[in-house]
Design a protein around this ligand. Structure first.
Ligand SMILES: *[C@@H]1O[C@H](CO)[C@@H](O)[C@H](O)[C@H]1NC(C)=O
Ligand SMILES: *[C@@H]1O[C@H](CO)[C@@H](O)[C@H](O)[C@H]1NC(C)=O
Length: 610
């Protein structure tokens, strides 16, 4: 309970949320997470029951018992099936993130964010501040609070640029947290809990790398949501979607290459590989949309290019489907995703054939350039008359066009069949509309081209070469776009005041100018190093040693002081002298140690040459 006035005011006027944080989404998400956790518990219970029943089934010889157990098993199995479907529906939430405008866009696959549990780092951080840094930890409450609030805010990033910046900001702060509070091969003893993005299965690790990786995953996931919600009826929206999906691919790729042994499946190598390919395929689909939107002319060659572009989209989706059917990923990818990918592979193959048919039938010109384009169009030579003749003869063109249309119709039908098998996709009206629309368009064209005297069976058209005008990029995350200041910078410059380094207690020495000056040389900035002391000089008498760092002067913090500042203050010190607070680094087995000892060697040289 809290009774102070300040606290009451605080509750009446809660502080504004951090930029890029959307607290309202928290309740929604935690509800979702709650349901996921509940279903997972039920699944685990059913799995245990199944294991028990299976053991009993194997062990018993009694037919009556066997029958009862078999019945029980089938019951458990159908329960499991239902639970898994329920979970999938929760996790695939494709509809949730689609564009909010009225424009008709084919849906894209977005990812849900990984959820995390609250952790309180206050006590472990205070312990380290006190024990390792020798500081009064109560003076760092503001910093610890700021860090904890940042972590809290980044759990619910808003679905826009500001939300991305919030995640990046936290990611960048984790770099400093790591340097300050995690010595090599050690942890804070605190567990970081994160839930799998697709299954909601919880994992936990003490390594900060898990926290960093999970945040990076969410950067990628947020980009997929931003990409999926763009209105792609105009080029500006398409370009934004392309950019977002490329960055999503970049985040997942970075994760795949820099973080290994993640405890959850969504961050495993095969799964990340699948996600990268999926994002690339979605980019390629956007590129196709852009090409069809911006292609004004209906030249033969242009239309062949559109057909090749569609073939390319189909190819990349087929590749995704392959990746999705590999072990580890197969049982994990939602059925609706695999269905969507297969639908798109078929859909774009159909579009490719349709465009080929239109090109062949709507044109009569047969110049040299058109001939060249047609010769390079197919994967294998079409059956029937040579292509040079096809170009000249309208009837031959009609026949080849009809062959392509036949392929298109078959592919449309396959796309609709796969679509019909998935309950979640069936609920997506837009996808249904698009599929029916293009199917009807192909059928209409087919009847337009059909002649009563077409007695021969229409030949199979060969596949179409896939080609694109724009190869997707994998845009790696650029962490320096969100510069941050180390929250714990008051602990001192990271080059010395980090978790890896060890130093002795602060010594305070009184330095007074003698006849030969102060008798020391200084080097470097933040913190300033005592590079050498003149034997028998004042500094040595006072107890200063080579390699000491000056952390305070006359009680004032000087850890961040520049060389010039310290020199100035020493030069202008009165007869009373100055008090220097100094520390000596101990460890030399770390990277810091190496740097320091190199630096010391250099200093010795400079002292002797004086
Ligand atoms: C992380 O992976 C990227 C490739 O996506 C690579 O360019 C980069 O060097 C890696 N970073 C580290 C620290 O290994
Ligand atoms: C990353 O972002 C910074 C700051 O915006 C920029 O100066 C730098 O060129 C970018 N790096 C890359 C590789 O894009």
């Amino acid at each position: 309970m809290c009774f102070s006035m300040l606290c009451i005011i605080h509750n009446l006027f809660p502080p504004p949320p951090l930029q890029g944080c959307d607290p309202c989404s928290q309740t929604q998400r935690s509800k979702l997470q709650h349901r996921r956790a509940r279903i997972n518990q039920q699944i685990n219970k059913e799995m245990r029951m199944r294991a028990g029943a299976e053991n009993l089934f194997r062990a018993t010889t009694n037919t009556k018992v066997k029958e009862t157990v078999a019945l029980e098993l089938s019951f458990v199995n159908s329960n499991l099936q239902l639970l898994k479907e329920e979970l999938e529906e929760l996790n695939s939430n494709m509809e949730v993130y689609q564009t909010e405008s009225e424009a008709i866009n084919v849906p894209m696959i977005p990812l849900g964010l990984k959820e995390t549990k609250e952790v309180d780092l206050t006590v472990p951080l205070k312990d380290i501040i006190c024990e390792h840094y020798g500081e009064d930890s109560s003076l760092f409450e503001k910093e610890i609070k700021e860090f904890m609030e940042l972590r809290q805010a980044m759990r619910t990033p808003s679905r826009n640029e500001a939300g991305l910046e919030l995640l990046m900001e936290y990611y960048n702060q984790l770099y400093y947290l790591d340097q300050r509070f995690f010595p090599p091969h050690r942890t804070l003893g605190v567990h970081f809990h994160w839930y799998d993005s697709l299954t909601g299965v919880p994992s936990c690790q003490r390594a900060l790398a898990f926290e960093k990786g999970s945040v990076l995953f969410n950067v990628g996931a947020l980009y997929t949501q931003i990409g999926a919600r763009q209105d792609r009826s105009a080029t500006a929206g398409i370009d934004r979607a392309i950019d977002a999906f490329q960055r999503a691919a970049g985040a997942f790729n970075y994760l795949k290459e820099n973080f290994s042994n993640a405890p959850s499946l969504d961050m495993s190598g095969p799964s990340l590989c699948m996600l990268v390919r999926l994002m690339i395929a979605q980019v390629q689909e956007c590129v196709f949309e852009r090409v069809t939107l911006t292609t004004q002319d209906t030249h033969f060659i242009t239309q062949l290019q559109v057909a090749k572009e569609a073939a390319r989209v189909s190819d990349v989706y087929s590749l995704v489907l392959q990746t999705m059917s590999q072990t580890l990923v197969k049982d994990y990818v939602p059925f609706s995703w695999a269905s969507m990918v297969q639908v798109k592979a078929e859909h774009f193959r159909a579009l490719s054939h349709y465009n080929a048919a239109v090109a062949l039938c709507d044109h009569t010109r047969g110049d040299e350039e058109s001939a060249k384009a047609l010769f390079q169009f197919h994967v294998s030579t079409p059956a029937g008359p040579p292509l040079s003749q096809v170009l000249r003869d309208p009837e031959d063109r009609r026949k080849l066009g009809k062959a392509h249309l036949r392929c298109a119709v078959i592919r449309h039908e396959e796309a609709m069949r796969v679509h019909g098998l998935c309950k979640i996709l069936r609920k997506m009206d837009i996808l249904q509309e698009v599929l029916s629309f293009v199917y009807k368009r192909s059928l209409d064209k087919y009847s337009e081209m059909d002649r009563e005297d077409d007695f021969e069976e229409t030949a199979e058209a060969p596949e179409i070469h896939s080609q694109t005008q724009h190869k997707p990029d994998i845009t790696a995350p650029n962490f320096s776009t969100v510069p941050v200041t180390d929250i714990f910078q008051r602990l001192g410059p990271l080059s010395v005041f980090c978790a890896r380094a060890r130093w002795g207690p602060v010594r305070v020495v009184s330095l007074q100018r003698g006849d030969g000056g102060l008798g020391l040389t200084l080097r470097g900035d933040s913190p300033v190093l005592v590079a050498g002391v003149v034997p028998g000089g004042c500094a040595q008498e006072a107890g200063l040693r080579e390699g000491d760092y000056i952390v305070a002067v006359d009680g004032e913090d000087f850890k961040w002081a520049k060389h010039g500042e310290v020199v100035h203050i020493l030069k202008s010190c009165s007869d009373r002298g100055v008090q220097l607070s100094i520390i000596t680094l101990h460890t030399h087995d770390t990277q810091v140690g190496v740097v320091v000892s190199l630096c010391l060697d250099a200093c010795c040289a400079c002292v002797t040459s004086h």
